[in-house]
Design a protein around this ligand. Structure first.
Ligand code: UD1
Length: 416
């Protein structure tokens, strides 16, 4: 029952509403730890990563309730500083609790975090930068204990841009003593959402959305209600599904202002995009593709999380192309699975070369990580014959009921 069966070849049509963003929800849920009282998070996606974050907060003594898409977190009875290793082990974002818990309680012990196997994904930079803020960290081999009476603001010069480290340092800095400068900071929209949430709670953050953040520590933050923005990666995944099947789909609430590089690429690859105040209408194959090369990068460049779904689009675009991955060193795990479906793809180092006239057919394929798993579903929708995508749990980490959403759009798809 951990699989999805797809009978390919149906054009998608209709409309789907884009869920709240996973990558915004997780650090914002972690940020509630900084605030005594009840925070209300609206539009919180019902996905397994959020479930694990809720579970981690509960295990720390918080009261967490979900009512539809609204999640309430009351941190008044926060008691524990040791986190359950099973939830920490499945989700890389558990590292986000480190900055927040240190700021609130001054002490944390945890196992090293898990998450998708898309590269080495160490946490060395998290620890190195927190040490600069006065945190004493003892590594145990499988995890670590960290301690700081009060975090101290300082200038944090980052050797490279990291989304997770930027978020962790923001969480550590908002209640720290004095001023913290993070440079270069990541500029992802999810970081802007975190800054908005914290500013609403009384934090003083300058430079949100730029590569230099200046955070003036405050004594206290106040409970706040915040609406999570729509998920740009989920919107992009449905966009790819529409392109591959030659369909026409309205993506309600798609966060277009944060999807520029993806929408530009989709338009070059043959999609027609009509903008509406409530979302975008995508028509799959409007014209010939003129895009032969994609390079991933930090926001606002083309997102690494969209690389696998676009690999499928490129394989069906009618023109050969290449995709260069610059963020994670192991993000082509989908390639052998796509080859089982008939895709002509070869990998040399960090570049994948794609035969744009691949004819995809039915196969049993295995999801090995979240976005690659979703991309296999996209490929299966466009393949001739029946595909089974196993390891559905990876996809459930980030997509709210993908089977039902795609069925509503006309796909022939079921749990298997
Ligand atoms: C976040 C996103 C993920 C996205 C990625 C890049 C969340 C929950 N996840 O992941 O969906 O694909 O940004 O946009 O928001 N690195 C180190 N040492 C560290 C930390 C990171 O070497 O201590 C490396 C990583 O291995 C990677 C690079 O830095 O090669 C960038 O990773 P990072 O931006 O930190 O990604 P995540 O925050 O894990």
């Amino acid at each position: 029952m951990d699989a999805i069966r797809i009978y390919g070849g149906k054009r998608l049509s209709g409309q789907t509403t884009i869920q709240g963003s996973k990558n915004a929800s997780l650090p914002i849920l972690a940020a509630t730890l900084l605030i005594s009282g009840t925070c209300e998070i609206e539009n919180c996606p019902d996905i397994s990563d959020v479930y694990h974050m809720q579970r981690l907060l509960t295990s720390l003594g918080c009261k967490v309730e979900r009512e539809g898409a609204l999640v309430r977190v009351n941190t008044e009875s926060l008691s524990e500083c040791d986190m359950p290793s099973d939830s920490v082990g499945v989700m890389r974002s558990s590292i986000m609790l480190l900055g927040a818990l240190l700021a609130r309680t001054g002490y944390v012990c945890m196992e090293n975090p898990g998450g998708c196997v898309i590269g080495a994904r160490p946490i060395d930079l998290h620890l190195r930068m927190l040490r600069k803020m006065g945190v004493v960290i003892e590594e145990t081999g499988t995890g670590f204990c960290a301690e700081a009476a009060r975090l101290k603001g300082t200038v944090l010069q980052m050797p490279f841009v990291s989304v997770g480290v930027t978020e962790n340092l923001i969480l550590a800095a908002v209640l720290a003593q004095g001023e913290t400068v993070i440079e270069p900071a990541a500029r992802e929209p999810e970081i802007q959402a975190l800054c908005e949430f914290l500013t609403g709670a009384g934090a003083r953050i300058e430079g949100s959305g730029t590569d230099r953040l200046v955070i003036h520590g405050v004594e206290k933050l106040n409970p706040v209600r915040y609406r999570i923005p729509a998920d740009r990666i989920v919107a992009g995944t449905y966009l790819c599904a529409c392109m591959c099947t030659g369909g026409r789909v309205f993506l309600r609430d798609a966060p277009v202002h944060h999807m520029e590089s993806v929408l530009e690429t989709a338009a070059l690859m043959g999609a027609a995009i009509e903008y509406d105040p409530e979302g975008i209408m995508v028509t799959g194959r409007e014209h010939e593709s003129t895009c032969h090369s994609i390079t991933t990068g930090c926001y606002p460049a083309f997102p690494t999380d969209m690389q696998s779904p676009f690999m499928v689009v490129m394989a069906m675009s009618g023109h050969d192309g290449r995709i260069e991955e610059t963020v994670f060193e192991n993000r082509f795990r989908i390639v052998p699975e796509l080859r089982k479906m008939g895709a002509g793809i070869t990998v040399q180092g960090s570049t994948a070369y794609i035969d744009g006239n691949s004819r995809l057919h039915g196969a049993i394929v295995q999801a090995e990580e979240l976005r690659g798993g979703a991309a296999l579903v996209v490929a299966a929708l466009a393949a001739e014959g029946t595909c089974i995508v196993t390891n559905r749990h990876y996809i459930d980490r980030g997509y709210e009921d993908i089977v039902l959403s795609l069925r509503d759009l006309g796909a022939d798809i079921e749990l298997a």
